[in-house]
Design a protein around this ligand. Structure first.
Ligand SMILES: Nc1ncnc2c1ncn2[C@@H]1O[C@H](COP(=O)(O)OP(=O)(O)O)[C@@H](O)[C@H]1O
Ligand SMILES: [Mg+2]
Length: 369
């Protein structure tokens, strides 16, 4: 997909901005606190229904305003779509192609964005929740029945957890174990298949961004000892513990994955810089998988790339991205030297105190200076 227009009002420091984006690389420059990341947050919010910097109700709406507004137009093949969202921090309303949307996921299903930002290293170093979300985002876009199955599992888990706290009879737990097992086995198969599908792409991306670490390996952990027993048996076996704890300690809601490299034996940790590059490789691989399955690339957002990566690595990443042809939104305090030295054509926007200084159309830069 390719964003044509992005209008944002009342998101953090952003007043009213209205950008006409280029199909390729868009560079958004501005000083610290100018509103660059807030622009990326707006795009991310349309795609995920959430921010990468905390909850919408925790300060995303501009101080003194009642709500934020985002409107975007994009091209998907020959078709042009439009979507708008209004969020008060508590409640939201959205429209997609002129029709009100019932669920935020209806909107998110149409807007595919992959974001690399200063917190992205947590994909590898942070909690399992982020890694599960990564798999589930990919599946949400490429497996038509994924969301239904995910909801079914999540509902059963909630019911089982509520029951566990209420000192239930053994028999009362049976139907929820059954439901969790049925939905959880399907969910796990989908996640496993997805991880396997990512492997070849990840090898190429890691070779491009982190060749010094050798071959990457993705190791999927389903959330229970799947090699030894089915989920239904695992739930039965963990019942006593679950009753004592008051929640379900085992199952796909505890799934995780690890990324290992040939030259890093055992549990040797990645440096912070390597963590960022490895996270970027995972994200770009996911974007590529999306393109393979859906026939179009997601929009790639790179927030503050230059302060996250050294020049060499910026260059490798930008070369990889240029070759794929996806639309890119890149922010920084200045145009990265690597963009110029690669001769990557770009459209430039200046953000200052929450406004875009040079109007909506930006300045086009065709070649290296
Ligand atoms: N709810 C809010 N209302 C008004 N301003 C905000 C709000 N939340 C954050 N800000 C301000 O917005 C700016 C953050 O913008 P940000 O997009 O992170 O800037 P950049 O990425 O360009 O450094 C900061 O100056 C911050 O104080
Ligand atoms: Mg920023």
């Amino acid at each position: 997909m390719q964003l044509i227009r992005l209008r944002v009002a009342g998101l953090r420091c952003l007043g009213e901005v209205d950008l006409t984006l280029a199909p390729g690389l868009n560079v958004i420059v501005g000083g610290n606190g100018a509103g660059k990341s807030s622009l990326i947050e707006a795009v991310h919010l349309m795609a995920y229904g959430r921010s990468f910097r905390g909850r919408v109700r925790d300060g995303l709406v501009r101080t003194g305003q009642t709500h934020l507004e985002i409107y975007t137009e994009w091209k998907e093949g020959p078709a042009v779509h439009r979507a708008g969202m209004r969020h008060s921090g508590q409640d939201w309303q959205a429209r997609l192609d002129g029709e009100p949307t019932q669920r935020l996921t209806d909107l998110c299903a149409q807007v595919a964005v992959v974001t690399f930002e200063p917190g992205s290293h947590a994909l590898l170093g942070g909690s399992g929740e982020q890694r599960r979300r990564y798999l589930d985002w990919g599946l949400f876009h490429v497996e038509p029945d994924f969301l239904m199955g995910w909801r079914r599992y999540t509902r059963a888990l909630k019911q089982r957890n509520a029951l566990l706290k209420a000192r239930p009879t053994e028999r009362a737990l049976d139907p929820w174990d059954h439901e969790m097992a049925a939905a959880g086995e399907i969910l796990t198969r989908q996640r496993q298949t997805y991880v396997t599908a990512l492997e070849p792409g990840l090898e190429r991306a890691a070779q491009a961004f982190l060749p010094e670490l050798g071959r990457p390996q993705l190791d999927f952990q389903p959330g229970w000892k799947q090699a030894e027993l089915g989920l239904a048996d695992a739930l039965l076996l963990s019942r006593d513990r679950d009753l004592a704890m008051g929640y379900s300690t085992t199952g796909p809601h505890r799934a995780d994955w690890r990324l290992g490299f040939a030259t890093l034996p055992g549990r040797e940790a990645l440096s912070r810089g390597q963590e960022k590059l490895a996270a970027l490789a995972c994200l770009m691989t996911q974007a590529e998988q999306h393109a393979l399955r859906r026939g179009g690339w997601p929009v790639i957002c790179l927030d503050d790339l230059a302060s996250e990566l050294d020049r060499n690595h910026q260059r490798q990443v930008l070369e990889w991205i240029r070759a794929c042809g996806a639309q890119v939104l890149l922010t920084g305090t200045e145009v990265p030297e690597s963009v110029q030295s690669l001769g990557f054509p770009y459209r430039l926007f200046h953000v200052e105190q929450g406004l875009v200084r040079n109007g909506e159309t930006g300045e086009d830069h065709a070649h290296a200076v």
